[in-house]
Design a protein around this ligand. Structure first.
Ligand code: GLA
Length: 426
């Protein structure tokens, strides 16, 4: 555990953070994974057992869309309705993207009874939920355990039960709960220079909202957002989390996206049905990501069994972006019922080979080229033996949409700069 002081940028707001224990940011994960530091028992082992008849919330990684990556603070009721319509007409809903999540900046003031109101951008949250539900979709919302959210709107501190009940009354199906001002306002104030004490306060705050949600009786996916601090993957399930962010914020550029994706190596054992590592929402279709980069992004997230929460502007989605987001085989890899996150098998500089076990005994194998020029793999083999295959395998190239027949460990494919070849082998 390292202690770090300095500025933390979340939601475009800089928070000054003093003496906080940082179990892992993006770099922390890479370090931990490389040094084998992530060795504590899998959180799954500590997850309370459920009766067989109770369906697991988020049995596969949640899929949907979230307003932050494209609309940020400008999102309105109309944007959410348009998105709901477009999720249906584009085919995304039927491909699995069912959660429509309103991120930060919907919050208004509290009324005389302390009940949270939505602000003028969202005139009637219940009506919006009804609309979204009428399209066969689910509605998500966002808050913070602190007094304010990252964009400095009203948080839930001291109103947890009331807020959870309000969300349930509106018909909310998913809550993203973002640490933000809880750091300076509670953790640093109540436990200055005490990383262990701060961690305890943070966990208690997440458990408090978990209990508040349970009390409403309405199932909600519970999404922790605390940037991967204090090895959240080890304790997320114990506070009811269905997913937890493992890193700081993603950005729509290749360096940040690939840094986050590669940094997930070593975290596979902490994910499973009902509880997932969340390397942040998709930027597919955003910024200046090229087609190869968008394919790499989608492949990385699918290999990681990551939540697939799109964040693009659906009113202007190009067909090639729709094709990436809706590639059935890539989605099936992500959503595979075995619920096993993939991991890196081999790396040779910028060339990395990752494998993900699938329920039917096959494996998804991704050959990434994070480098600046095309790779022909030259001396790099597939490393099939490390994946449990003795000899030749039958393979299919997902992005090419082509069966390859039998291939051996010596299989070569040209992987473009920042691109990927995604195979299913059996
Ligand atoms: C933080 C989160 C983002 C987003 C913003 C909203 O930065 O990590 O995903 O929710 O807050 O303010």
């Amino acid at each position: 555990m390292r202690v770090r002081s300095g500025m933390l940028k979340v939601g475009g707001v800089a928070l000054f953070v003093v003496g906080l224990a940082v179990g892992a940011g993006a770099q922390g994960i890479q370090k931990g994974a490389a040094s084998g530091a992530v060795t504590r028992p899998a959180a799954a082992a500590k997850t309370p057992r459920r009766a067989a008849s109770v369906p697991v919330t988020a049995a596969t990684p949640p899929m949907g869309w979230n307003s932050w990556n494209f609309f940020a603070g400008k999102v309105t009721d109309k944007d959410i309705r348009d998105t709901a319509d477009l999720l249906v007409s584009s085919g995304m809903r039927d491909a699995g993207y069912v959660y429509v999540n309103i991120d930060d900046t919907w919050e208004g003031k509290r009324d005389a009874q302390g009940r949270i109101q939505s602000n003028e951008k969202f005139p009637d949250m219940k009506a919006l939920a009804d609309y979204v539900h009428s399209k066969g979709l689910k509605l998500g919302i966002y808050s913070s355990p602190g007094p304010q959210t990252c964009a400095r709107y009203e948080g839930s501190l001291g109103h947890e039960e009331q807020d959870a009940q309000t969300y349930a009354d509106w018909g909310i199906d998913y809550l993203k709960y973002d640490l933000c001002s809880f750091i300076p306002q509670v953790m640093q104030k109540q436990a200055p220079d005490d990383p262990a004490g701060q961690e305890k306060l943070m966990r208690a705050a997440y458990e408090k909202m978990h209990q508040a949600i349970l009390k409403t009786g309405r199932p909600m996916v519970y999404s922790l957002c605390q940037y991967g601090w204090d090895s959240v993957w080890e304790w997320g399930p114990s506070v009811g989390a269905n997913l937890w962010r493992t890193t700081g914020d993603i950005q729509p550029n290749f360096d940040r996206m690939s840094e986050i994706g590669r940094g997930q190596a070593g975290l596979a054992k902490f994910a499973g049905p009902g509880h997932w590592n969340d390397p942040d929402m998709l930027e597919v279709g955003n910024g200046r990501l090229t087609l190869d980069e968008n394919q790499t992004h989608m492949t990385l997230w699918a290999m990681l069994a990551a939540p697939l929460i799109a964040g693009n502007n659906l009113t202007a989605m190009k067909p090639e972006i729709a094709a990436i987001l809706m590639n059935k085989e890539a989605i099936a890899i992500d959503q595979d019922a075995l619920g096993k996150q993939g991991d890196r098998v081999f790396a040779d500089g910028p060339l990395e080979i990752w494998a993900k076990p699938l329920k039917n005994g096959a494996k998804a194998v991704a050959i990434f080229n994070f480098g600046e020029s095309a790779s022909e793999m030259r001396k790099d083999n597939l490393h099939l033996k490390e994946m449990g295959f003795a000899g030749a395998v039958t393979a299919r190239d997902v992005w090419a949409g082509k069966d390859l027949g039998k291939i051996t460990d010596a299989y070569k494919v040209t992987v473009p700069r920042h691109g990927v070849a995604l195979l299913i082998v059996r």
